[in-house]
Design a protein around this ligand. Structure first.
Ligand SMILES: O=C1O[C@H](COP(=O)(O)O)[C@@H](O)[C@H](O)[C@H]1O
Length: 252
């Protein structure tokens, strides 16, 4: 399927076009008779600020979001308490949910890890992953992903055995090369069942890895493997991130 790249000089324009895209997918999903909720998966890292800029600070976009119909999942989660500074839910809370509370707006539902199961020794991590897998729908309408400087996405890292995991929808990892080490993550079966996937990547620091991901030579990097799925994949980047990358970028 198609891989599109949309690039802008300015970060605010990246955030606005990500927001416009989210709203378009949301509207399409909710206007079809088959769905009463919009199922969206969120990542951590730099995506949090982009969502705040595009969906909260931009009040025109804010008003177009049907918040009460959103069902939010996390493409990966760090195995720390939900309000820890490393938690992807915690980041989403700070950037989005807290602002909804201030405006008295209710979000449909947010599917977090079961915090009560967390144990310091990690002995229940696989149980946390299994429980999260049970609440996943057969397919997610839109998965928003980041791209780490090493080409990882979700908590799927380069050359890691989880890249070929087919039997579990959610897997736990205890040796993440990026801290914190204990995490759970979507596996490829969840990504390939999605209706739409979008990456957000910004900054000159991302250019070297994007050059590899979009090179004709296969790298096997996790983000490149996502580009090869039979799913519509859209990249929202700033110009610095695709400096020297062989892609035809356009505007969304
Ligand atoms: O550790 C993580 O990193 C990736 C990429 O983050 P970014 O800050 O480079 O955009 C993120 O997508 C993932 O959810 C997170 O757990």
């Amino acid at each position: 399927m198609s891989v599109n790249v949309f690039s802008y000089a300015d970060s605010q324009d990246v955030a606005n076009s990500v927001a416009k895209y989210i709203i378009n997918v949301q509207d399409k999903v909710l206007s079809s008779n088959s769905s009463s909720t919009f199922k969206i998966a969120i990542s951590g890292g730099s995506l949090g600020k982009v969502l705040k800029k595009g969906l909260i600070d931009n009040t025109t976009n804010f008003d177009k979001i049907q918040w009460e119909k959103w069902e939010v999942f996390f493409s990966d989660e760090r195995l720390v308490p939900l309000h820890d500074e490393d938690s992807n839910y915690g980041l989403f809370y700070e950037m989005v949910l807290k602002n909804l509370e201030l405006k008295n707006v209710k979000l449909g539902s947010v599917h977090t890890i079961n915090e009560n199961l967390l144990k310091k020794d990690g002995s229940t991590d696989s149980q946390i992953a299994n429980e999260y897998a049970k609440i996943l729908p057969p397919s997610i309408d839109l998965i928003l992903l980041g791209c780490g400087p090493d080409g990882h996405t979700c908590s799927l890292f380069p050359n890691h055995p989880l890249l070929t995991e087919r039997s579990k929808l959610i897997a736990n990892i205890s040796n993440s090369p990026k801290p914190p080490p204990r995490r759970i993550t979507f596996t490829f079966p969840v990504l390939e069942a999605a209706h739409n996937i979008a990456f957000v990547a910004e900054g000159a620091g991302k250019a070297p890895i994007l050059q590899k991901i979009f090179s004709k030579e296969k790298s096997g990097l996790p983000c490149e493997l996502v580009n090869q799925l039979n799913v519509s994949v859209n990249w929202f980047v700033n110009d610095e991130a695709i400096n020297g990358v062989s892609v035809n970028a356009s505007k969304y």
